[in-house]
Write a protein that binds this ligand. Structure first.
Ligand code: SF4
Length: 317
């Protein structure tokens, strides 16, 4: 089929990565199939999936690997502004299918070897392989490795990911290979994954194995995410969650816009941030809360007042 999509999209999220980055979506769909994935509701993703006649959890490139690699290189060569790459918004570069067939390696190799590319920011719930780790070892200054791993709680919204310990082991290898390595507790589900008795053993374990940088954030949800959470965990679970998010006088999901997200109530968030900050400090971790998801002024001031830094794009850039 003819493939007209572009692989790179300019970043648009304020100070995150200094605002001067590009997203790269090397394929469409994601086998990790997280319940809260906002990619599942985005029209740019849904349109491609429709064209591919594919489900979200069965990622496809939409053309041959060779053609995709040719186009990725051509897009970099044609635009000198493409130098800092974030993988990805709507998928995970370490989807097993593409790690196994070599495409993930080929994409990262192309980026790492391209003189114009200065930074490759991987955020993943998957795992690489030794070949990819060799690449990170060869170009450690180019890679930022971010393993999205959260504490073990009574429910899990990551539906198809490798075991937690395996993902932490690869993060440790990335750190030992010289990449800036950060654990993302992202997004925490309030009342489930942010409880001190759940968070503390996880942080103690990170510290003990030598991973000492953490970013954390809380779930934002929109209409699609709310629907997916309700379908998977039931009406009652969602209603309890909703209590933590919405003011009484605020109408639930008044519009189904792609950019309408609901954030935690200020006081609920602050209480949680205080608890997590105390634990992270106790274990002498380096940490920030995600700036992108904590951008309200009253949030930032009170979060900083309780001793937690808000990421300004520099923490894991
Ligand atoms: S890993 Fe990321 S892109 Fe993949 S399903 Fe989960 S949230 Fe979506």
């Amino acid at each position: 089929m003819e493939n007209k999509k572009t692989f790179f999209v300019p970043g648009c999220l304020g100070t995150c990565w200094y605002g001067k980055y590009h997203y790269l979506e090397p394929f469409t769909g994601c086998e990790h199939n997280c319940t809260y994935c906002y990619g599942k509701g985005r029209s740019d993703v849904l349109n491609i999936l429709k064209e591919l006649k594919n489900d979200f959890d069965k990622p496809e490139i939409g053309c041959s690997q060779q053609e995709a690699l040719r186009q990725i290189k051509a897009e970099i060569d044609a635009d000198a502004n493409i130098h800092t790459i974030k993988l990805s918004r709507y998928t995970d570069i370490f989807s097993k299918k593409f790690v196994d067939n070599g495409y993930s390696y080929a994409v990262l190799k192309l980026l790492a070897e391209h003189p114009q590319i200065k930074r490759i920011i991987i955020t993943t719930k998957g795992v690489p392989n030794e070949e990819i780790m060799g690449l990170i070892r060869k170009y450690p200054q180019k890679f930022s490795y971010n393993a999205a791993v959260k504490p073990e709680a009574e429910i899990c919204m990551e539906n198809n990911v490798p075991p937690r310990e395996e993902r932490l082991n690869w993060a440790l290898k990335a750190k030992e290979a010289g990449a800036l390595t950060t654990i993302h507790m992202d997004p925490l589900i309030p009342g489930v994954e942010d409880k001190p008795e759940v968070v503390e053993p996880f942080i103690a374990h990170l510290k003990q194995i030598g991973l000492d940088r953490v970013m954390f954030s809380y779930l934002l949800y929109d209409y699609t995410i709310a629907k997916n959470i309700t379908e998977q965990f039931g009406e009652q679970f969602f209603l309890t969650l909703k209590e933590k998010y919405l003011d009484d006088n605020r109408q639930i999901l008044p519009k189904q816009s792609e950019t309408t997200y609901y954030a935690l109530k200020h006081e609920v968030k602050l209480e949680s941030v205080k608890n997590i900050t105390a634990i992270l400090k106790k274990y002498d971790m380096q940490f920030v809360i995600c700036g992108l998801k904590s951008s309200e002024k009253d949030d930032i001031l009170s979060i900083k007042a309780c001793g937690c830094n808000v990421c300004d794009g520099k923490f894991y850039a």
